[in-house]
Design a protein around this ligand. Structure first.
Ligand SMILES: [Zn+2]
Length: 246
């Protein structure tokens, strides 16, 4: 019972962090990503401290690239654990020639960021459209495609599909895709306290996140609550334009 209020407060802090991702996407900037990460770490720490029956601010646990760090305020000591999932995935993306490491985004976002450089252009009449978004996060490493999406005036055809007329605006798709993946890294960190009984004092794996994530996929990718959340917080204001344009 002791830990419940800490969990509730922690949850509220985590929620505020996600709201900052929303601010980032609407303002078209990465400036709020690190503050969002910090709030996510603080909120997750409160939950973790609650589970451990520690005082709510006794330890700060935070994900920092491929490490998971615990800082104990009382003893002023710092322990560092390596996250094998993050390292393994980053190593894979480093070796695969379809991806290139993006240092700038890595520094801006607090995750190892790789660009997928495969071409997904689609020729629509005389125009070349870069369609779809793609990205995949494992641990605190992710890849995303880097491109700008040309959005045209959309209208619904009698058969229910959409067609485009004329150029309407250019959407910064990279920002949206990156922020979507960043929400997944925050969800990953958030689930670390749930591994408490498995990782007793140490951090090795994060099975809680993957169990929850894949069970969320049962009703399809689009209905997965983890994906719905990531979409909700990363969607830029351009998306609203898309639905009102005709
Ligand atoms: Zn996703």
């Amino acid at each position: 019972m002791q830990g419940v209020w800490k969990g509730a407060v922690g949850g509220a802090v985590i929620y505020s962090g996600k709201e900052l991702i929303k601010v980032s996407s609407v303002k078209n900037t990465y400036a709020y990503v690190w503050p969002a990460r910090l709030l996510n770490s603080i909120g997750s720490s409160m939950i973790y401290n609650g589970l451990n029956n520690d005082k709510i601010f006794s330890n700060l646990y935070f994900q920092f690239y491929c490490t998971y760090i615990r800082y104990n305020f009382k003893n002023n000591d710092l322990t560092l654990k390596i996250d094998p999932i993050t390292i393994g995935y980053a190593a894979y993306l480093m070796i695969d020639r379809n991806y290139i490491f993006n240092l700038k985004n890595t520094l801006q976002l607090g995750s190892f960021m790789f660009e997928n450089i495969t071409d997904t252009s689609v020729v629509d009449g005389k125009k070349v459209l870069h369609v779809g978004t793609t990205g995949l996060t494992l641990g605190n490493s992710f890849f995303a495609k880097k491109y700008r999406l040309m959005i045209y005036n959309m209208y619904k055809q009698p058969d229910g599909t959409y067609a485009f007329t004329g150029e309407k605006y250019i959407k910064n798709m990279s920002l949206e895709t990156n922020l979507h993946e960043i929400v997944h890294t925050l969800q990953y960190e958030q689930c670390i306290p749930m591994n408490y009984f498995l990782n007793k004092g140490i951090f090795l794996w994060n099975p809680a996140f993957y169990t929850l994530y894949f069970s969320g996929n049962i009703r399809g990718y689009d209905n997965n609550p983890f994906e719905k959340t990531a979409n909700f917080y990363s969607k830029s204001y351009y998306d609203n334009l898309r639905y009102i344009s005709r």
